[in-house]
Design a protein around this ligand. Structure first.
Ligand SMILES: *[C@@H]1O[C@H](CO)[C@@H](O)[C@H](O)[C@H]1NC(C)=O
Ligand SMILES: *[C@@H]1O[C@H](CO)[C@@H](O)[C@H](O)[C@H]1NC(C)=O
Ligand SMILES: *[C@@H]1O[C@H](CO)[C@@H](O)[C@H](O)[C@H]1NC(C)=O
Ligand SMILES: *[C@@H]1O[C@H](CO)[C@@H](O)[C@H](O)[C@H]1NC(C)=O
Ligand SMILES: *[C@@H]1O[C@H](CO)[C@@H](O)[C@H](O)[C@H]1NC(C)=O
Ligand SMILES: *[C@@H]1O[C@H](CO)[C@@H](O)[C@H](O)[C@H]1NC(C)=O
Ligand SMILES: [Fe+2]
Length: 448
């Protein structure tokens, strides 16, 4: 009897201490370029080391990283160590196995595939926003497709977990464990949404490791022929955290767009794509800002109209803008300032005269779906309130294909379209400041 109790106590003690050091919530992201992979995980106790063992066909390499104590802002001050390791000596187009942790505990074995190092790579992405811990309806299908190797990367366009800080950040932990089934296998690239706002976006900033050194607020990365820019639309709406992040981001974005338009860059990455959480246009029945004519992200701050994004996207020849926030899918005709600029009536997306935009915020969350007003606005092409997500495949410099998967309809494709561009660059009425681009060139050449 006593012996049994003794053994029981030992087992309990042992398992408790192992659990606290065991890595969980493993996820990966691109680093400063697609050949660099950042691996991120959590432990609840401090480990002496943060190590990834990895390799092609065996764990033959070791990389060390760092860990940071993250304390949630809630009353329990829930704490954890978040570990980050950068792998930057990878061989292109190879399948790597890895596990992470330390001598006190290792994760399961995972794998990822590195990007090919060739100009004919055709990246395939899954894209969605607004995925919660409860009612994460699209997650099963996404896991199946990710583990079958369908995607090169995933874009999560804001709003995670509902919310990561809920229940003293336990919901954040649970959510990060949930998405491990996809995010440990392909780069999981993010931007912040309104549900990340608590404690000045602290859960978002701590848990994700996006490139660019801005605590995952804003960055750009070249993925094959795409230059993908991720921004925070929340800097327009949570001004209680200061106007500095908004001003800084706007200037950064204009610089980044100017740099992306340098002929030598646009030649290699002709497709410029911007992703952010809250849309500029939507025809939903809720009274979100995108239902207003003067959406703040579109025209800028009230009255002053400083820092509007639509002019920036139009003037710098952005090809595609991706949004979420509305729990639905809506595809727009090429539009600028409420005027539709179809390439032609028959082929609106062949050489469109303005950025193409769509909203994909229906991955599934506890807040349910959003619905649409009855009338279809002139700028709106297709709408659906089905749960699901978007697939994007870029074929080459002229052809990009997008389709909308309905999870409600067992994976059926409910919308699809090609964007075709014989030539990328500025739109006909662009008011671009070429002096700015020249200045960018000097800065850029100087930094090389
Ligand atoms: C491990 O973490 C738990 C929970 O944060 C804490 O109660 C415990 O004291 C820690 N143990 C060690 C050995 O650090
Ligand atoms: C990683 O750190 C350990 C000590 O914690 C050290 O023995 C090892 O050589 C380091 N590996 C690399 C690749 O730096
Ligand atoms: C919130 O965080 C941003 C970016 O990290 C910082 O610039 C800002 O000053 C913070 N605001 C407050 C009120 O702490
Ligand atoms: C957008 O259209 C409105 C009229 O609806 C006009 O007043 C405004 O000047 C236009 N903005 C730009 C940047 O062209
Ligand atoms: C744009 O093209 C679509 C598809 O042909 C058409 O339904 C729509 O009316 C066009 N819009 C304008 C303003 O020409
Ligand atoms: C680009 O890809 C599309 C779709 O596969 C194809 O029809 C087209 O011929 C390709 N263009 C070039 C220049 O390779
Ligand atoms: Fe949102």
């Amino acid at each position: 009897m006593l012996e049994t109790i003794f053994i029981l106590v030992c087992v309990l003690h042992l398992s408790a201490s192992i659990d606290y050091y065991r890595p969980e919530q493993i996820h990966i992201a691109y680093g400063q370029n697609v050949q660099e992979i950042v691996i991120t995980w959590s432990t609840f106790n401090k480990t002496q080391a943060s190590v990834v063992e990895y390799g092609i066909g065996g764990l033959i390499l070791t990389a060390n990283g760092t860990s940071t104590l993250f304390i949630d802002g809630g009353s329990e001050k829930h704490s954890q160590y978040i570990h980050k390791v950068v792998l930057n000596d990878l061989t292109p187009n190879s399948i790597y196995q890895y596990h992470c942790g330390s001598n006190l505990g290792w994760s399961n074995l995972f794998y990822f595939k590195t990007a090919p190092d060739s100009s004919d790579w055709q990246p395939h992405l899954a894209i969605y926003g607004d995925l919660g811990n409860e009612n994460a309806q699209s997650l099963v299908r996404l896991q199946e497709e990710t583990q079958r190797g369908l995607y090169d990367a995933i874009l999560h366009v804001g709003d995670f977990a509902y919310d990561m800080d809920s229940q003293n950040a336990q919901i954040g932990d649970e959510f990060m464990r949930q998405i491990e089934s996809i995010a440990a296998y392909v780069p999981y690239m993010t931007c912040p949404g309104n549900h990340e706002e608590a404690y000045n976006f602290s859960n978002y900033r701590a848990r994700f490791s996006m490139p660019g050194g801005s605590e995952s607020y804003m960055y750009s990365i070249d993925i094959g022929p795409m230059h993908i820019i991720s921004i925070s639309t929340e800097v327009y709406y949570f001004l209680e955290y200061g106007i500095k992040p908004l001003v800084f981001q706007y200037q950064w974005l204009e610089d980044d767009l100017a740099k992306a338009n340098l002929p030598e860059n646009r030649e290699k990455q002709p497709w410029i794509i911007v992703m952010g959480h809250r849309p500029m246009y939507c025809s939903n029945t809720d009274h979100d800002d995108c239902t207003h004519h003067e959406t703040i992200t579109r025209v800028g701050l009230p009255f002053l109209h400083f820092f509007g994004l639509e002019d920036l996207l139009y003037n710098y020849g952005v090809d595609l803008a991706i949004w979420a926030h509305e729990h639905s899918y809506e595809r727009l005709w090429p539009v600028y300032n409420y005027t539709v600029y179809n390439g032609s009536y028959e082929q609106p997306y062949v050489n469109p005269g303005a950025p193409v935009q769509f909203t994909t915020g229906s991955a599934g969350c506890k807040e349910g779906r959003d619905h649409f007003i009855q009338q279809l606005p002139e700028w709106s092409a297709f709408r659906s309130s089905d749960y699901g997500y978007t697939r994007l495949k870029v074929y080459n410099s002229t052809h990009m294909y997008l389709e909308q998967v309905s999870d409600d309809k067992s994976g059926q494709i409910i919308d699809w379209f090609w964007i075709v561009k014989d030539k990328h660059g500025l739109y006909p009425h662009s008011k671009i400041d070429w002096a700015k681009i020249d200045k960018m060139r000097l800065k850029y050449l100087h930094s090389q």
